[in-house]
Design a protein around this ligand. Sequence first.
Ligand code: ADP
Ligand code: MG
Length: 682
Amino acid sequence: MKSFFTPHQEKLLNKLNIQNWFDLLLHLPVRYEDRTKITDIQDLKDNAFSQVLGKVIDVDIVFRGKRNLVVHLEDGCGDQISLRYLHFYPNQKAQFKVGKYVLAAGNVRKNLITTEIIHPETAVFNAQEVVLPENLTPIYSVTSGLGQKNIYRLINKALEFASSQKLLNFEILNHKSKTDGVNLLDSLYAIHQPNKNCDLQELNYFSTIFHQHIKYAELLSQQLYLKLSKDEFKNQKSKIFTLKNNNLKDSILNSLPFKLTESQEQVIHEIESDMSSGKVMHRLLQGDVGSGKTIVAIIVSTLILNNEYQVAFMAPTEILANQHFKKIKELFQSTDVRVELLTGSIKGRKRNEIIDDIESGKIHYVIGTHALFQDNIYFKKLGLCIIDEQHRFGVKQRLDLMSKGKKDGHQPHLLMMSATPIPRTLSMSYFADLEVSTLSELPKDRVPIVTKLVRDSRRKELMQMLKNELNNDNQIYWVCPLVEESEKLTLSDAVNTYEEFISFIPKEMVGIIHGRMKDQEKDEVMSKYLQKKIKLLVATTVIEVGVDVPNASFMVIEHAERMGLSQLHQLRGRVGRGAKKSTCILIFKENLSELAKQRLKIIYENQDGFLIAENDLKIRGPGEMIGTRQSGVPGLRIANLVEDADLVKEVSDYSGNAIKSNKPAAHRFVEFWFQDKNYLRI
Ligand code: ADP
Ligand code: MG
């Protein structure tokens, strides 16, 4: 990576989760636009992406609540279109001079009176001649400072590098190439620079043979990784943790305000037996949203702590790490277990102190984010790694954490927790290396969540109605959707909504939380919300994972039609966590497709995550896209366990044979895919 990107680029790419040139190649376009042709204004269709070319005949500023910039264009046939900017900069206005030619691309809004594009992408020319691209235009998810053009350029560079160095030939993939006739390099070229004759819909749905090939390769890399590491772990010994005299466990149990469910007790028993057996545990704890996985993890930790070993508890976000830290610290308050937090935002002296104390064993229980993986962190005696929401982490990350604990030939136990509603049969074949425990019931005090579907046109009315909810001591989440390619847009949605609310609700009662805030700010907002100082929280999907505010009993999710069902289920799971009756309102945009309707029906009718996933799978044919591609992905970027169930089976069957017939080739492929020569250093 060092020589491939500048340090500045590297920093920005890291924000997109890209660590090296190969990661960059796997950063696939989220959608495509056809800018190879120009449409006559008279032929434009409502709600279709199009590109027009016209001469500027007028530039206006009009008032529609705010100042809007409106540019009127006329094309060669004498038809007109308006380009509308809801916010704009002075120099943006200045570039549109009457008489210039503008090439504008975007989603067309057409009714009887007007034809317009809101916030189009434009290029301004002096004459009517323009050069159009030869390929379809890929649209990537970007971050500020690194826009579409830059990403595209870097990806081209990486493609040329891979091609000139012949880095992407793997015999292990020949098996697949025989049936689909493509290879990895061709596939990546075809996806990043698609020929204009490609089927736009297939591309947008990630269902071209090229996408299939890459999904296959990705699934294979993970499956091989799991199987190869299982071989490695199989006979590893662990210390025998004795179950005797665990006073710590009793004191924690006694301080809980509730009784464990039978299912929780059963699962705790399974985990304890594993950990006292002398063999290394690799166990997945599955349980639906709100089933009480955290407390299970805490209780089983006492076994390790009581045997004077350390526990590391890792969460995917700082919000969640903070939440766990506070809960755990409080529970162990009257014991001599020292609990600490280690996240990316803890810096300087404090950080060094914590790292030293982990190494010397003064800290017994450490909760953190992936900051726990860092190379300079060593545990004195790590007995157990807990990974919450494990589907958020790659296979490699979790194995990395385990490697930290290895001392004197002993390996720490691994407990992973997940609410990913992967149908059971699938998780069995996918998590080849794991034992699975399942929490099969929710705590008894839970009242089912009432789900309602509401049209977008009633949004304003709904906002007003919430004011009354607040009078009843309820706490509310208002969730704005993720706009995949642009954090900026998501943010502006959330900020606008926040501003709308504080125009009629006292400001101190309303909070906002989003991914761009500093971690400390996020933590402050969450604490205020938890302490009921904030009553209404406008949030982006940063709250999706694991957040636990039992008093929150009302949630509104905008643009529900854009989200994956597992994501909606996760979000909805932020309410209904206490004994209060909860409501979740899903706002959808009108003119839904048949599939979108069916999907919303599933979430409307079901509360069980596994049933939701299974029904979701049933109504969709292979390759049908579901809005955002971020549903239930266990460390996978491209393939999706639910959508690509057939591929998962194919890969799972093939991978065992592949290792048997040529283990070194399997190693080489995994090493390359993760760009890590030491991947099995455990
Ligand atoms: P998840 O499985 O989604 O991670 P949590 O562990 O966050 O769920 O638990 C959800 C809520 O349920 C928490 O507020 C927790 O304190 C509470 N809880 C856990 N177990 C029980 C129980 N047996 N009875 C009542 N409430 C419980
Ligand atoms: Mg949780």
